[in-house]
Design a binder for this molecule. Sequence first.
Ligand code: 5CA
Length: 465
Amino acid sequence: MRLSRYFLPVLKENPSEAQIVSHRLMLRAGMIKQSAAGIYSWLPLGFKVLRKIEDIVHEEQARAGHIAIQMPTLQSADLWRESGRYDAYGEEMLRFQDRGGRDMLYTPTAEEMVTDIFRAHVSSYKDLPLTLYQIQWKFRDEIRPRFGVMRGREFYMKDGYNFDLTKEDALHAYNRHLVSYLRTYERMGLQAIPMRADSGPIGGDDTHEFLVLAETGESEVFYDSAVTDLSFGDRAIDYDDVAQCAGVLEEFTSKYARTDETHDPALFEAVPEERRRVARGIEVGQIFYFGTKYSEAMGAVVQGPDGKQVPVHMGSHGIGVSRLLGAIIEASHDDNGIIWPEGVTPFHVGIVNLKQGDDEADAACEKLYKSLEAAGLEPLYDDRKERAGGKFATMDLIGLPWRITVGPRGLKNGVVELTSRRTGESEEMSPKDAVARIIDIYAPHKSHTSEHWEPMARQSFHTWL
Ligand code: 5CA
């Protein structure tokens, strides 16, 4: 993309309504525009990152054997009356009537809808296990929408639902989700710690929230600092292997880590004092096992191996896809702007032409741009007739992890400058070497760390459906 032809409405001033850094930077970098309280339009740069995050979620769900569907945002109240949640959900649910006077709602979550699909089409244990998921807009009429996309009223969520014959099988589905979430967040450059939590209106006893530590987080959290030493890394995992998934759960959840809702001061005391931490966190996901709560209420039964009809065991599993943009920025920024992890960056590399209009500089930039595109990468070329300082400030603000700077002086010596946004370190090299370095940074074989994770393929997320 050439910046002169892009739509990147960056703001010079700090927007006064933004209380936390991620909200401020998303507005300043022209990623979102508020249209009503807690409701946003996604502008090109924000939309691109949202799609990158969505891609990773789809890839990791596919890897775990989960199957994508799409359910409607507008749902009939009747389904929710069957589960008893139409009355129980309260004021967070947006309700309205269609022209025929039928009660409708905008989906805040989709346990009822997915259970209805299941009971219409599945009648035998032979079709189990089954996990269906979607990535879809949700609406919750939060009392205090705030912090931009962090607590929206309309927000984008991955919600998955497992159907299993036995509690044991459903707990394997729970563990499988926990493992796939660890991978998912690490690929986004995040450490999200699974913490024992409270189930709220979804119901059930077994639930973990995934929290990203950040001073601006809305949840108070209590944990053993040993949990922050854990990383999933690039370990091979067989999602059908019950013992392996249980082993990962044990590794990541056996140390003390709880939100304020489930905090137990007596148990916390047992953690060695120097490892006790009280901090704040952003909830970026939650997994639940709730047994037969919905299947019994809604008649989602299958014929078991013994011929008897039994209600299926279920759980639901959510990732706050739109909230993740805020969480990633809270975890990765500096005074000059955002620092995107490679896994989610909207463009792989920025090209800054220090002297637009200079024949040699223009030609060198064009060549870099075309070589990077030919390698399947997306460069953002700042080809505007602006002074260098302004160009650097924009690149720093929007946070591309790598920048190639091209100027007539360097070109005289046959070099351009490659700069890391994270460390600020620059290196001079030939344009050819700079291209090779960028290709190498994003190459599939660099799958060994969370920042250089191998995408399953370089296609769009539609591949995973
Ligand atoms: N049905 C279950 C699992 S699919 C469910 O709804 N879980 S949830 O309520 O925990 O939501 C899942 C995730 O969505 C949360 O962990 C959080 O990251 C995100 N989320 C929830 N409410 C909001 C909100 N108002 N704004 C942005 N993200 C939100």
